[in-house]
Design a binder for this molecule. Structure first.
Ligand code: HEM
Length: 409
């Protein structure tokens, strides 16, 4: 595809899949079995399974809040190694596919950069600056698509700043990152983008080896693991993981938050009038429309879960979306209600792999929502918008968010 024809927004909308509401089906499955086994016949969709092909592992979906938590917090029984054959193919060996104790040693290398206290320092100078620039570009128009013009470009630019990439490189970085993120749609383009990003990062790493600065690449260059400094090949996966982990998720969660409030003007007015409600609105949006619907594990040995026998090597899809709408834990779970009694949710996962960037994600959503409320007066969904909605089966968010507001002169 030519550069001119490449539209990352369209690619991402397609990637999400056009499923409007998977929740009734998930609820039905959960009420039948909290741990449900997927039994494959000789055909899967259009494909006939080849009798000579290696056997497909047993597959299970975990749908209740309690069992989801059990799987995620027990990495001895439920391994993350399966990510090696999916995300690992384009990113290299990342912490996502490691099990303890290797996992903790590697995670510790970047964990410091993502602590709440460290991040607070970036709130205005980094995150506020990115959001401010993006809003200023359309504030005079009186209308905008908040996905295309704000939530989509925002988190990749924040990551570029955290990594310490020169501003002139951002367009190239954003282009390569969105291609890498499209791995499930266009494998070849993602692999090529991964290779180019490696070459790009190799130059940045070489520069920081010569002259370390106050950025994440310099921290990795100076890090020590098991008595040795990390090689370029060991640093690349860290950098490549931050793109899908930190960019795609946050753009979707910010879009869901804005969608939830804009489609319920009473709740939007309440948050505008009382900003102490912002954190509750963020948590409720994460629970109600969980951006990453499912995470994967593999049974490390024969085991049992919710009375179901799970053989060694079985593939386990933990449905974070279904867990976050489990009526056993949340009253009226399908409603978006920022006034509900706060309850912890699983949008960031749980256990040793619980999202490393959750403080950053929350901070980004907070800064973004406050800036939108401060700068865009009389903000509302565009009455002429055709059918605003959230969709997706793998990731979920609105494809667009057309809004109107009073233009700022
Ligand atoms: C609302 C936004 C976000 C959501 C919903 C989200 C969700 C998740 C989930 C569910 C996991 C666990 C995966 C698993 O257990 O298999 C995870 C892991 C991770 N996330 Fe996030 N994430 C978000 C934002 C971020 C940001 C902003 C960053 C950093 C820039 C980030 C970096 C990571 C990393 C590095 C991991 C791997 C942790 C590990 O394996 O130990 N995430 N995220």
């Amino acid at each position: 595809m030519s550069e001119a024809a490449y539209d990352p927004m369209r690619q991402f909308a397609e990637l999400a899949g056009d499923v409007r509401d998977p929740y009734p089906l998930l609820a039905e499955m959960r009420s039948a079995d909290a741990v449900s086994q997927l039994r494959l016949g000789p055909r899967v969709g259009r494909y006939r399974l080849d009798e000579k092909a290696p056997p497909i592992p047993a597959m299970f979906t975990v749908l209740s809040r309690d069992f989801a938590e059990q799987v995620l917090t027990d990495s001895a029984r439920f391994s993350s190694a399966g990510y090696a054959v999916t995300m690992g193919q384009v990113m290299g060996r990342t912490i996502l596919e490691m099990d303890p104790p290797e996992h903790l040693r590697h995670r510790a290398l970047i964990a410091k950069a993502f602590r709440a206290r460290v991040l607070d320092q970036w709130s205005e100078p980094v995150i506020g600056a990115v959001v401010g620039e993006l809003i200023a570009a359309f504030a005079g128009d009186g209308r905008a698509d908040l996905v295309r013009q704000l939530t989509f470009p925002f988190p990749i630019q924040v990551i570029a700043r955290i990594l310490g990439l020169p501003r002139t490189d951002w367009p190239r970085f954003v282009r390569l990152s969105t291609r890498l993120l499209g791995v499930m749609r266009n494998w070849d383009a993602a692999v090529a983008a991964g290779a180019e990003l490696r070459r790009y990062f190799a130059d940045i790493i070489a520069d920081r080896r010569r002259e370390p600065r106050d950025d994440l690449v310099s921290q990795l260059v100076l890090a020590d693991i098991d008595g040795h400094r990390l090689s370029d090949e060991e640093i690349f996966p860290f950098l490549l993981l931050l793109l899908p982990a930190g960019a795609e998720t946050t753009y979707r969660s910010s879009s869901n938050l804005l969608f939830g409030l804009l489609s319920r003007p009473g709740q939007l007015d309440a948050v505008r009038a009382d900003r102490s409600l912002v954190p509750r609105a963020i948590e409720e949006a994460l629970r109600w429309e969980t951006p990453v619907l499912t995470v994967a594990r593999t049974a490390a040995a024969d085991t049992e879960l919710g009375g179901v026998n799970v053989p060694e090597g079985a593939f386990i899809a933990v449905s974070l979306g279904a867990a976050n709408r489990d009526p056993a834990r949340y009253a009226d779970p399908d409603a978006f209600d920022i006034f509900r009694e706060p309850q912890p949710h699983l949008a960031f996962g749980d256990g040793p792999h619980k999202c490393l960037g959750m403080h950053l994600a929350r901070l980004e959503m907070r800064v973004l929502l406050n800036a939108v409320l401060d700068r865009l007066h009389r903000l509302r969904l565009d009455p002429a918008a055709e059918d605003p909605h959230i969709h997706g089966l793998v990731f979920r968010s609105p494809p667009d968010l057309p809004v109107r507001f009073d233009p700022v002169s």
